[in-house]
Design a protein. Structure first.
Length: 285
């Protein structure tokens, strides 16, 4: 029993250690999720938890409340950055790479108290792209289900370092957005207020049997126009990888795509061509 007692005491001590960093994020209709202080005045939370809200209320670890304003949101990584008056805190050190069966603490906050759950890492896989094209640096799955209040909670290693942010997948798996992914989003959102998206400038429609995407329209002044793409072209490959759907192209148009040169395989009138496109930044508004 002493092993279990020691584990329990250590987990409780870790929850107490990180409590000053975790906040409750209250939106419209008293909707509560979690977030955490990235560093002084900057708070990270799950973008989907408060979609479309620009002003929120934070409940801090010292019992105080603070009005927060949206600094920017990145739907592709599910990161929202808020600005608010917070305790003075430096950057939260990132944890080393985690392994399956490693312990992790999910640390969030409700309106009146801290929320902490000791769990384990169930799965660790390679980097992946979200449905909205964001690069997520690792596929980390936790062995629990999140409640609405723990969306956006900090996921903490036993040494107190930050593994990342807890979010739910469309299939309700508890995923972790790694600290390194959050750091990129925070740097861009803090500077620009948004995360740019790559822009090709075409309207596409799938070709039957997953064999490409046909160009139905091209925007004036777009990268597609500059590259010489034509209405009726069928995009069959992207940097040599087969295109099976329109969505597979959209997933490749994340922020890191801006300014990159891409070789597209195109079928035009039954003949195969290679077209090199320099991707732009998608116009806003």
């Amino acid at each position: 029993m002493s092993i279990l007692s020691d584990l329990s005491n250590d987990a409780a001590a870790l929850a107490e250690q990180v409590a000053p960093r975790v906040v409750a994020v209250e939106g419209a209709n008293d909707r509560i999720s979690s977030g955490f202080i990235w560093r002084t005045v900057l708070v990270v939370t799950a973008e989907e938890a408060h979609d479309g809200e620009d002003e929120l209320t934070l409940h801090l670890g010292n019992g105080a409340t603070s009005k927060a304003t949206l600094a920017g949101r990145d739907p592709s990584t599910d990161v929202a950055l808020l600005r608010a008056e917070t305790p003075e805190l430096g950057d939260w050190a990132a944890a080393d790479a985690v392994k399956p069966a490693s312990f992790a603490l999910v640390a969030g906050r409700g309106e009146d108290s801290a929320i902490a759950t000791l769990t384990s890492v169930g799965e660790v896989g390679p980097a992946w792209r979200s449905m909205r094209g964001g690069r997520i640096d690792a596929n980390i799955v936790l062995a629990l289900r999140l409640s609405a209040r723990t969306e956006g909670a900090a996921v903490v290693a036993p040494d107190g370092k930050l593994i990342g942010m807890a979010v739910s997948s469309p299939r309700r798996r508890a995923l972790v957005i790694p600290a390194s992914t959050i750091a990129r989003a925070v740097a861009t959102l803090n500077e620009k207020g948004y995360v740019p998206r790559g822009w090709l400038g075409v309207m596409l429609h799938p070709v039957g049997s997953g064999s490409g995407a046909i160009v139905l329209g091209i925007e004036d002044g777009s990268p597609a126009t500059a590259a010489g793409l034509l209405v009726g072209d069928v995009i069959t490959t992207w940097e040599g990888d087969a295109i099976g759907s329109v969505g597979s192209i959209a997933q490749r148009l994340g922020g890191s795509a801006v300014g990159s040169k891409v070789k597209l395989g195109v079928s035009r009138g039954g003949n195969a061509h290679d077209v090199e496109v320099t991707l732009g930044e998608r116009p806003r508004g």
